[in-house]
Design a protein around this ligand. Structure first.
Ligand SMILES: [Cu+2]
Length: 320
């Protein structure tokens, strides 16, 4: 508006109709529900996410952005008015007074009150995020150069044994990204036509919806960061430290993310895919995984193992 007042012609030239339409479309798209599924190129605002908690950071972001915008307009508006309307060449003469107690009280008190309100809201958001009590499932996430490992620890109070796997960049993206591969990145697509170049994996993390899931997050080599925007948070994966976080996904779907901590030369090639299934489908998937992990015939396997163990046993007698 200030620019329009000064150079109306220049302002009109600078914002052609086409660009205005494109921006309006982008704003409307990010405000509609369609934008919450996965980040889109040109998306302006952060995503509202798909979980119980993700609207909290979204709301906090919008409030803070609103406050910043209002303050910015007031401060820069006052500054530009002072510079242009009261400039020396127009004959303006500066006042001689230097202090105004009333104004100073107002411009100290108002920002303090704004900060107290923002700190109160932000602390509330962090407290609810830190509370992993009442989780119905635990998944251990381990970051490695340059892949993720997921281990299912428990579900509905029962320990899960031997369900865990590595999750790394899908082979099509990996082949395409090689130097002089000659392959087209735009051709790497999911079945629904979504371009999944560098954001797809061989084994996604499969979780149920409407379940409070606790994540315990660590790393095996350097610091990584596990980040899926639709969950509303990211958490550092640090060797020797176990961080925790939680989520409760409301809508079934495929949610994509990436490592968000510069972790080495292939940092850009360790995406994250979370597949949220309805509970019944997840339980079936979990049962299948447990069946695969179980030894095929327990009795036969244990007797077959026995001689092997026995072969190792003579070692101490060698020393004696
Ligand atoms: Cu990483």
């Amino acid at each position: 508006m200030t620019c329009g007042g000064i150079r109306p012609d220049g302002f009109k030239r600078a914002v052609p109709l086409k660009r205005a339409v494109a921006w309006t479309t982008a704003i409307l798209a990010s405000a509609s529900g369609a934008a919450w599924a996965n980040p889109e190129p040109g998306q302006l605002n952060m995503t509202r996410g798909v979980t119980e908690w993700s609207p909290t950071p979204y709301m906090l972001n919008n409030v803070v952005l609103g406050v910043c915008t209002v303050i910015g307009i007031l401060v820069f508006g006052a500054m530009f008015i002072a510079m242009f309307r009261f400039r020396k060449s127009r004959g303006a003469v500066a006042e001689k007074w230097a202090h105004n107690t009333k104004v100073e009280i107002v411009w100290t008190t108002v920002p303090v009150l704004i900060l107290i309100v923002l700190a109160y809201m932000g602390t509330g958001g962090l407290r609810s995020f830190a509370d992993t009590t009442g989780s119905q499932m635990t998944v251990k996430v381990t970051g490695y150069q340059w892949k993720w490992r997921y281990d299912y620890v428990d579900y509905k109070g029962k320990a899960i044994d031997k369900v865990g796997f590595m999750s790394k960049l899908d082979s099509r993206s990996d082949e395409t990204r090689q130097l002089n591969s000659g392959l087209d990145p735009n051709a790497v697509k999911a079945s629904d036509g979504y371009n999944t170049y560098l954001i797809d994996v061989d084994h996604p993390l499969v979780v149920p919806v409407d379940t409070k899931i606790r994540f315990v997050i660590t790393a095996g080599d350097v610091i990584h960061s596990w980040w899926v925007p639709q969950l509303g948070w990211k958490m550092d994966a640090i060797p020797g430290i176990v961080n925790s976080a939680w989520t409760n996904i409301r809508e079934p779907g495929t949610y994509r993310g990436q490592c968000a901590e510069l972790c080495g030369q292939d940092h850009g090639f360790m995406p994250i895919v979370v597949k949220a299934l309805p509970k019944a489908e997840f339980e079936k998937w979990l049962a299948d995984q447990q069946a695969k992990a179980a030894p095929p015939a327990p009795a036969a396997a244990s007797t077959a193992q026995a001689p092997k163990t026995a072969q190792i046993a003579p070692a101490p007698s060698h020393q004696g």
